[in-house]
Design a protein around this ligand. Sequence first.
Ligand code: NI
Length: 196
Amino acid sequence: MAILKILKYGDPVLRQKAKEVSKISKKIRILIENMLDTMYAANGVGLAAPQIGESLRIFVIDVSAENEPYKPLVFVNPKIIKKEGAICVKEGCLSFPEAYVNVRRYSDVMVKALDINGKPFIMEAKNGELLAYAIQHENDHLDGVLFVDHSRNIFEATEVLKANNLPQLEDDKLLNEEDLESIILENEAKNKEEGR
Ligand code: NI
């Protein structure tokens, strides 16, 4: 198997909308295996096909802890079919080395996809667990959306990108997430009141 080159922020492929996979051929299966090898070699939690220059609707995730055996998850032609709740999380991305930024995400998602054998499945991730926001992060890559577009604090994001010699935020890509922001603010106020 092979370790592929990961495209960095600024590469136009990362902004393209990826195409559906029409058939899980041997070539696609090899691509998926190589994506997993590449993700593990880079110590990543997830990797989407556009990040290795293939504009296809495929991503892989592994949220197992360091001392646990690998638990690779493969998503082909995924669709998020339910999303609710909101959280603020600090995310990174293999296409943004060393840059970690606070972003807004749904806390609960349900995704439907095909596995590496073309078998459909549904997966649910809840309560703001890593899998919940990893699914959203990777699924975004398939639509040319990047985690920094969800930045909760654009001043912070600007500084982090600058400090890591990465291209700046693209103003026209920033997402308006007032609904998520108000839920996050409400939860923060609640936690403060409860002394958490
Ligand atoms: Ni990413």
